[in-house]
Design a protein around this ligand. Structure first.
Ligand code: GLU
Length: 345
């Protein structure tokens, strides 16, 4: 497989090459659309722990590509909260909004290799189009894949006239890809012609995440299991770009008392709300989070790391309490388990 020409450049320019060497890295990559809630914070602590416990660097990335949903103010608040919990990270924080030229280069290379094509379909058209049996809803059926140059030109002119944009999709050569996940084992998922650049010009998450994980030297991706089904697409893209595939660990999310994943609607669940409205200190919140991970409340990240070192073998992420998908931790339970002051709202 020919290696993608931008790959060595990404690696050479990576902050880890000079600052962090080649010890590998874990990461946390929040989208700055609001304050982090208890579930986000727990995933961040787990990502930190997984990286530090395996001697890796830990790097931070702000995924602020979508100008409608991101703000610098939210990013600063998120990073402050993570610091307050006691998390530290290596190297400078990477902001995706400052790396648009790099994504453009990658997209240009994919186009030059005929691995991308413009798509003029609306979401409605994609949902309504006939699909291959068993393909998950939303899978792209390939409607625009076979358009010839003349048709593409005509569709572009038509879209421009109507004031509509068009997206750019990957011309995938596989329909499935298998990843290895520390928690879910071998996981095979759909790879369709997913979007690389949206119709509004915003670079797609699936592209940026792959390019940036490589740039930051990330070889361990721990994140919420809502992203498990995206991992095969990302690993496949890394493969065709000639970039190394990271190892994955998709951890269960924290749920609310109705068994639904936490969201802003659940009210007082951010660090600030827990502090301001319920009198929890950051330390108490860390007690709750560490107890939900290690089975006992820890005062500091160092103590959590020690606790991990004392876990009985096999020392894998699977042994972390509450990582069993059968038993999702609820926000209420998180706060109760550390016998902190009550259970929030
Ligand atoms: N930015 C994504 C989020 O906040 C996470 C991306 C990732 O970890 O790959 O949901």
């Amino acid at each position: 497989m020919p290696s993608f020409s931008i790959a060595p450049k990404i690696a050479e320019d990576g902050p880890n090459d000079t600052a962090l060497g080649d010890i590998g890295a874990g990461r946390y990559a929040p989208s700055p659309s609001g304050d982090l809630h208890l579930g986000n914070l727990r995933t961040a602590v787990l990502a930190w722990l997984a990286a530090r416990a395996t001697g890796r660097a830990f790097v931070m990335r702000v995924e602020d590509l979508d100008p409608q949903r991101s703000s610098q103010e939210a990013a600063v608040r998120q990073l402050d909260d993570l610091h307050e919990l006691g998390l530290d990270w290596d190297g400078a924080v990477v902001y995706q909004s400052r790396r648009l030229e790099v994504y453009d280069q990658v997209i240009a290379e994919l186009c030059a290799r005929d691995m991308a094509y413009p798509c003029f379909c609306s979401r409605k058209e994609i949902l309504a189009a006939p699909h291959a049996p068993h393909s998950p809803p939303g899978t792209y059926p390939g409607t625009c894949r076979g358009l010839d140059d003349k048709e593409v030109e005509a569709r572009k002119q038509e879209s421009t006239r109507l004031g509509r944009g068009w997206s750019l999709r990957l011309r995938a050569r596989e329909s499935q890809w298998t990843i290895r996940d520390d928690i879910h084992g071998e996981y095979t998922g759909e790879v369709d012609d997913f979007v690389l650049r949206r119709g509004d010009g915003v670079v797609a998450y699936n592209l940026a995440v792959v390019v940036d994980d490589s740039y930051q030297g990330v070889d361990q991706v721990l994140r919420g299991d809502d992203l498990l089904s995206s991992a095969p697409r990302q690993a496949y893209l890394a493969h065709i770009l000639g970039l190394p595939e990271p190892t994955y660990a998709h951890v269960p999310l924290v749920y609310n008392h109705e068994g639904v994943r936490l969201s802003k609607r659940d009210g007082a669940i951010t660090l600030r709300q827990l502090r301001e409205e319920h009198g929890f200190s950051a330390r108490e919140v860390f007690h709750a989070l560490s107890a939900s991970i290690a089975g006992k409340p820890c005062d500091t990240t160092d103590e959590l790391l020690k606790c991990y070192a004392e876990w009985p073998p096999p020392k894998s992420l699977e042994t972390i309490r509450f990582n069993n998908p059968e038993r999702p931790a609820s926000a209420l339970e998180l706060l109760e388990v550390a016998s902190v002051r009550g259970a929030g709202p």
